[in-house]
Design a protein around this ligand. Structure first.
Ligand code: PGA
Ligand code: ZN
Length: 423
């Protein structure tokens, strides 16, 4: 039973305030979690409640913390931490709004995950094992950023994430080994061309490129320079994050100096898919264009995994609708988009039932919190997206996964976790 629950303000990887929650149970078991924050957020996400005003660019979280102290803690004291569903139902009812706009999705997700950690601690097992029970687990296929872009790099290029995946890797550790070599090779290439200008929000190199295609060319060359055969050994995965540069069927590619309608964007992405070893594409169209998603998936979904992020915002109902419409083939799972652990899991299970790929994901604003590594394994998500291969808020997750790999002795999901449409 929950004996104490308190929030505090801590700082995230962008130097912005965020919410941390500590939970202590009557037997002494302890849990802690920190809310992450997005920059390219979907319109349907749980609200990241910020104070506004002058301090910290309006991003302070005093109101969310006040809600934890005044309402959330009193409501949860004495409750069974092992009953996550009941805890989360209480949080949802207490907030009382569809978008978690009253208490704040940041207050709720930090609380929900802290309670989950406390329950695992009380059970005396690692969180991933607590979630998996006696069931088998697999290490997820990692998707790792090499170049940042979009909202994470002042829109230097339009595409948000240029990432690599290693479908033929034999283990999670080997996938990281290959990625580390590609990351180094990319850095050397950029340096030789005078294009090395630091890193973007998630630790990928700052994209000092003249076009989206130049970034793709450079990534392909980095894969080859690292000594890998592009494709099964190391392939490319993109997060277009198209909601950031288009809506209502109009897309402005600022870097490429082009304006496209939805079918023009679909054709452009199709040309990239034909030219580069791309195996996965996230948010190829804006979140308001379900039919564009459907047309993209119909055209290319047998060749690439099509992931809905801003489009599905970790919501089971939207996942079911997308599956029924054939709008995508995979769902990104971000706990703070949903606002509670239970709703996050429901979205993942809806994806699994639909035959979707499921990718547990970090946000662009992160911390040392490694909860998502445990969720990815404990829920057997199959895929895991954290950002790049630098910056300790990213490396903390990759390193935690290496520890889980060692402790569990579990196998690796590998390239089979990528979900394409059956031709
Ligand atoms: P965000 O970006 O955390 O800024 O939303 C991550 C993503 O789009 O996948
Ligand atoms: Zn995304």
């Amino acid at each position: 039973r929950i004996a104490a629950l308190r929030g505090r303000r801590v700082w995230d990887s962008r130097g912005r305030p965020t919410v941390e929650v500590d939970v202590r149970l009557e037997g002494g078991a302890f849990g802690r979690a920190i809310a992450p924050a997005g920059a390219s957020t979907g319109a349907g996400e749980a609200l990241d409640l910020r104070d506004g005003g002058a301090a910290f660019g309006g991003l302070d979280v005093r109101r969310a913390l006040a809600h934890i102290e005044a309402e959330i803690a009193p409501a949860l004291l004495g409750r069974d931490a092992g009953a996550q569903g009941a805890i989360d139902a209480a949080l949802i009812a207490l907030d009382g709004t569809p978008g978690k706009t009253r208490l704040g999705g940041n207050a709720l997700i930090a609380t929900s995950m802290a309670v989950l950690h406390a329950a695992a601690a009380a059970a005396g097992v690692p969180l991933w094992r607590h979630l998996a029970g006696d069931g088998p687990v697999r290490l997820p296929l990692p998707e790792i950023q090499i170049f940042g872009g979009g909202a994470h790099a002042a829109r230097r290029v339009d595409v948000q994430d240029f990432m690599v995946v290693c479908p033929s890797a034999a283990s999670f550790a080997q996938a990281l080994d290959r990625t580390a070599e590609v990351y180094r090779a990319a850095g050397a290439l950029l340096s030789a061309r005078g294009l090395l200008q630091g890193v973007a929000d998630e630790g990928g190199y700052w994209p000092a490129f003249a076009s989206n295609e130049e970034a793709l060319d450079m990534l392909l060359r980095a894969i080859e320079a690292a000594g890998f055969v592009p494709g099964d050994e190391v392939a490319i995965s993109l997060d277009i994050a198209a909601s950031q540069f288009g809506r209502a069927g109009r897309y402005r590619l600022a870097r490429d100096g082009r304006s496209l309608d939805a079918d023009g964007l679909i054709a452009l992405l199709g040309a990239w898919i034909a030219r580069y070893p791309i195996v996965s594409v996230e948010d190829p169209l804006a979140e308001d264009d379900a039919d564009g998603f459907r047309r993209f998936t119909a055209a290319y979904g047998d060749r690439v995994q099509v992931i809905g992020d801003d489009f599905l915002v970790t919501e089971a109902r939207r996942v079911e609708e997308a599956a029924a419409a054939g709008a995508c083939t995979a769902v990104l799972i971000k706990p703070n988009q949903a606002g509670t652990v239970t709703e996050t899991r429901a979205a993942l299970e809806a994806g699994r039932r639909a035959g979707f790929g499921t990718i547990v994901s970090a946000r662009s604003g992160e911390t040392e919190d490694v909860t998502i590594a445990h969720l990815a394994v404990g829920w057997d998500a199959g895929q895991f997206k954290v950002g790049s291969f630098t910056r300790s808020e990213r490396m903390a997750k990759w390193n935690e996964m290496l520890r889980i790999e060692e402790a569990s002795g579990a196998g690796f999901a590998g390239g089979a976790a990528l979900r394409r449409r059956r031709p």
